[in-house]
Design a protein around this ligand. Structure first.
Ligand SMILES: CC(C)(COP(=O)(O)OP(=O)(O)OC[C@H]1O[C@@H](n2cnc3c(N)ncnc32)[C@H](O)[C@@H]1OP(=O)(O)O)[C@@H](O)C(=O)NCCC(=O)NCCS
Length: 148
């Protein structure tokens, strides 16, 4: 059997509850906000974009981003793969789709930030090509960037 095809899909009235029920392992809860909180925040940020991550027809995760003010860089704001679906390559496939979508929209830089800690996503982002900038945001998160 071939590997599931990963896609980023719009969330609808029919799927929003399922997407809100996707969650990381308890030990990872400090690394990303609950999806319901992210979707609520997006409704108060006119430039935020969010999508569900699907593996074939199964919802497995959530991704949300916002353009930076300069029009040249885009900030990965939230990203998670549900605990039952981690370690299957879906995270890498989803972030690869997102990164590939950026240059055609004129972006030259992808940015993100992470909470440091055991089991956190720093190693994952390094493996995807992000590099530490050395900057720390006011909320304590560490910034990373990837030149597209
Ligand atoms: C980080 C996260 C999105 C990775 O998703 P995933 O689907 O499990 O990752 P993948 O299966 O695609 O892994 C791709 C590679 O990254 C590695 N990897 C995955 N998570 C990692 C981590 N936390 N640290 C280091 N490496 C990691 C995998 O081992 C794999 O490496 P390989 O190619 O050598 O086998 C997922 O663990 C998650 O949702 N974490 C909790 C929420 C979070 O921290 N989000 C990011 C903050 S906004």
């Amino acid at each position: 059997m071939s590997a599931p095809v990963v896609t980023l899909r719009e969330i609808t009235a029919e799927t929003v509850r399922t997407i809100c029920e996707l969650e990381p392992h308890d030990a990872q809860s400090g690394f990303v906000a609950p999806n319901a909180v992210s979707i609520a925040q997006a409704h108060f940020n006119p430039v935020a974009v969010f999508r569900a991550v699907y593996a074939d027809e199964e919802p497995v995760g959530f991704i949300m981003w916002r353009p930076d003010g300069d029009g040249a860089s885009c900030f990965l704001w939230r990203f998670m793969i549900d605990k039952d679906h981690q370690g299957k390559g879906y995270g890498r496939a989803a972030i690869t789709l997102w990164l590939k979508s950026l240059p055609p929209q004129g972006y030259k830089l992808a940015r993100t930030s992470y909470v440091a800690g055991a089991g956190g996503p720093h190693g994952f982002y390094l493996a995807q090509g992000f590099q530490d900038t050395g900057e720390i945001r006011a909320n304590g998160e560490r910034l990373m960037e990837l030149v597209l």
